[in-house]
Ligand binder design. Structure first.
Ligand code: HEC
Ligand code: HEC
Ligand code: HEC
Ligand code: HEC
Ligand code: HEC
Ligand code: HEC
Ligand code: HEC
Ligand code: HEC
Ligand code: HEC
Ligand code: HEC
Length: 304
């Protein structure tokens, strides 16, 4: 009886000990189980969620789990398991927080993801500003918010607070409604053109959905050809049609000395004091209906 107990105790100690011994340099470096003993579902800083993401699929020979396991991203971490000299475990080679320089963190991801949409990452505004891949992506959760249409915007406006305000203004693209995303217009990883726009020029970007504004027009309106943003704020505005200013002032920023009396129209021209055409309803657009360009033979003044 007593001997059997003793054998059992030895067995328990041996088994329990084994999981601690796995922390010695001899542990299997590519085996996530070496790490999940402590970082499992109910452990400290749980990390097992990654096993249900694309990165956790051993079946994909390119995935981290099929190559060096957790260490594909966190680097050689033997000392993390063995060195407690500071009272806490020494940090793994790569952590995705302030303890590892951002360029070093990103290099890990780029090692597998340099191509395709990341071709212009180096030198892009996000790279330049020290934003990390992990600043947008969460790789340990089964659902990476930035990858889903209805949660992506939340991730972006967490940093771009002024865009959160703009997209809730009276007139805006349906971003708040989840019908559009920031990536309909931007590639956050970097682009050839300005402002991380998916097309090289602003107008090309807009034409993807507003093709009727492309023309060609017999009578063009110069500022429209130049850039839609001369008159529109693409993220939202308090003025209707996302205009940067209210008509007639919008137009008068460029057209003071026109065919018309060249006064800046003010509140004095509204009823009952009198009713200037330029102030009522759609103001200048009462007559100049074709502000984006006209194909009418006599539409030179964009009135038809
Ligand atoms: C023996 C238990 C144990 C094992 C095994 C273990 N860790 Fe840890 N790990 C810890 C503890 C404890 C902390 C918290 C340290 C702290 O708070 O400073 C931690 C923290 C971390 C952190 C966060 C570090 C930071 O500074 O933010 C990462 C990343 C990490 N571990 C990765 C790993 C990886 C990868 C493995 C497998 C190679 C692993 N751990 C194996 C105990 C362990
Ligand atoms: C694809 C790269 C990648 C792989 C593979 C990976 N990690 Fe991570 N790990 C990260 C990133 C990035 C973070 C930062 C948090 C985030 O993005 O979810 C992180 C954070 C952590 C943390 C800190 C969590 C906290 O709460 O502070 C721990 C612990 C950790 N990982 C352990 C592991 C373990 C254990 C494995 C293997 C089962 C593993 N990681 C595999 C990229 C990876
Ligand atoms: C060892 C190679 C490897 C490393 C390192 C790696 N990944 Fe991946 N990643 C993959 C593979 C494989 C896929 C699956 C898609 C594929 O086969 O191209 C993937 C897919 C993704 C996806 C698409 C997810 C989806 O749901 O479609 C994102 C986002 C991603 N990785 C981000 C990261 C980030 C951020 C890092 C750094 C923290 C990172 N990856 C590190 C190999 C890697
Ligand atoms: C500013 C936020 C942001 C940053 C920073 C960022 N990403 Fe992304 N990433 C996204 C969004 C949004 C998508 C989804 C794109 C879409 O839906 O068109 C995405 C998609 C991906 C994909 C899957 C699509 C594909 O091209 O295969 C991978 C892989 C990826 N990112 C890797 C990275 C890597 C690596 C880094 C760091 C060098 C990084 N990302 C930095 C926001 C970001
Ligand atoms: C309909 C297309 C479109 C959508 C959707 C869009 N943007 Fe933009 N964004 C633009 C254009 C065009 C510019 C360039 C503006 C300029 O040149 O005046 C720009 C510029 C920016 C800029 C830099 C200049 C500035 O205005 O601060 C930031 C930051 C930005 N966008 C973030 C976002 C975020 C975050 C989202 C999602 C909430 C988003 N954008 C959605 C078209 C868009
Ligand atoms: C971790 C914070 C962070 C997140 C998340 C983030 N950004 Fe940024 N973004 C920045 C910083 C910092 C800059 C550079 C400084 C600036 O222009 O505000 C920047 C710049 C930009 C610019 C301006 C580029 C230029 O040429 O001026 C655009 C556009 C942009 N981000 C879009 C996005 C989109 C779209 C997302 C979501 C997919 C996103 N950002 C998520 C921090 C972030
Ligand atoms: C991915 C498609 C898409 C792109 C790209 C796009 N738009 Fe839009 N735009 C929409 C949708 C959808 C609406 C809403 C239409 C509706 O409500 O009926 C809209 C509405 C508008 C409106 C009318 C808003 C109102 O309150 O009546 C203006 C002005 C506009 N867009 C300008 C632009 C400009 C300028 C650009 C380029 C910077 C652009 N759009 C790029 C899809 C797009
Ligand atoms: C000179 C100023 C100006 C420029 C530049 C301009 N727009 Fe407009 N846009 C307006 C005005 C004013 C309205 C409101 C028209 C109305 O109320 O009759 C408008 C309305 C719109 C609307 C909503 C109503 C409609 O006609 O469908 C869309 C979409 C639109 N613009 C897209 C664009 C695009 C795309 C560009 C760039 C190719 C552009 N705009 C450039 C002044 C401008
Ligand atoms: C950013 C400056 C700018 C804004 C804002 C602007 N325009 Fe123009 N507009 C021009 C330029 C430049 C021309 C071309 C003048 C030329 O060819 O002599 C023009 C031409 C015109 C013409 C044809 C006149 C001619 O001589 O051929 C009309 C009509 C016109 N604009 C009306 C408007 C209206 C209405 C608005 C307000 C919705 C407006 N414009 C806003 C710059 C602007
Ligand atoms: C009551 C109708 C009406 C209103 C309102 C109106 N216009 Fe005109 N506009 C015209 C007519 C008609 C012409 C001349 C057409 C012609 O000669 O073929 C004209 C001509 C112009 C021209 C060309 C002038 C030139 O020297 O060739 C510009 C620029 C212009 N308008 C801008 C504006 C602006 C800006 C507003 C608002 C402040 C405005 N218009 C309001 C009817 C109107």
């Amino acid at each position: 009886m007593r001997i059997q107990h003793l054998v059992l105790m030895f067995a328990v100690v041996w088994l329990f000990g084994a999981s601690l011994v796995s922390a010695e340099p001899g542990y299997a470096p590519g085996d996530p189980q070496s790490c999940l003993g402590c970082h499992g579902e109910h452990g400290m800083k749980p990390a097992a969620g990654i096993l249900s993401t694309v990165h956790g699929q051993k079946a994909n020979p390119k995935s981290p789990m099929a190559t060096k396991g957790c260490q594909s991203c966190h680097g050689p971490s033997a000392q993390h398991l063995t060195d407690y000299s500071s009272g806490k475990p020494a940090k793994p080679a790569i952590t995705f927080n302030a303890k590892t320089p951002v360029a070093q963190q990103n290099a890990v991801c780029l090692d597998c993801h340099q191509s395709r949409e990341r071709t212009h990452w180096l030198g892009s505004p996000h790279e330049f500003a020290g934003v990390s891949c992990a600043g947008c992506h969460s790789v340990h959760t089964p659902r990476d918010k930035v990858m889903h249409k209805n949660t992506q915007v939340d991730v972006c406006v967490d940093c771009h607070k002024e865009k959160r305000a703009q997209m809730h203004k009276r007139s805006a693209h349906p971003l708040a409604e989840g019908e559009m995303t920031c990536t309909d217009c931007h590639n956050p990883h970097g682009t050839r053109g300005e402002s991380l726009l998916v097309a090289d020029f602003v107008n090309e970007n807009c034409f993807q959905c507003h093709a009727e504004k492309r023309g060609p027009f017999l009578w063009e309106h110069a500022p429209v050809r130049e850039s839609c943003t001369n008159c529109h704020q693409p993220h939202g505005s308090v003025h209707e049609s996302m205009l940067v200013a209210r008509g007639p002032w919008l137009c008068q920023q460029c057209h003071m000395a026109s065919f018309h009396p060249s006064t800046a129209y003010s509140g004095s021209g509204i009823p009952p004091a009198g009713a200037a055409q330029q102030m009522l309803d759609k103001n200048c657009m009462n007559c100049h209906t074709q502000v984006h360009g006209s194909n009418h033979p006599s539409g030179a003044r964009l009135t038809r």
